[in-house]
Design a protein around this ligand. Sequence first.
Ligand SMILES: [Zn+2]
Length: 197
Amino acid sequence: MNASALMAQREVIDTLGGLLEGNERFRAGEPRFKRDIESARRAAPSQNPKAAVFTCVDSRVTAESVFDCDFGQLAVIRTAGHVPDRAAVGSLEFVVSELGVPLIVVLGHERCGAVGAALSAVEEKSHDPRAGYLVEQLWQPAAQALEEAPDEAEPLAMRLQIQRTVADLKRRENLKDAMIVGAAYSLDTGEVTLVDE
Ligand SMILES: [Zn+2]
């Protein structure tokens, strides 16, 4: 790796560290940003987000709050269970290539409804037609979790789905310039912890 690539990598690691520091401020109840109309106006002229968060649609998971980021600092892409469908991947490709975002955090969370629906469907061996696409997409991690750890299937399925999403994104040629990491959010403590590949 040459010197400029090394420096770029160090910068991305600093950015990730900055997000985790923001999560510490959030948990301590000491957010730096109010994200009010003044912040919105300051950010309005142009955007230069430092990271993208690919997370679930769950209303309890708010990336800007969780990482204590201001307007203009995070690009957030959401699908239930962070299933990397075409529009989500295309959106990530857009923020990496057009906005130059060097870091993607795949953020899963506890007690995910989409993962829960897939676990139920696997247990009952039936696809719920209302959740057909998602259940299909989440079937594999749900089935694997139920087989490997029936008593801890929910947290394991979450972790597997984070790892799976990270691996999927890492295979994408158009995302090769970005660092991609997995993380899990605790609804109860507000803590974000990195998830190994
Ligand atoms: Zn969820």
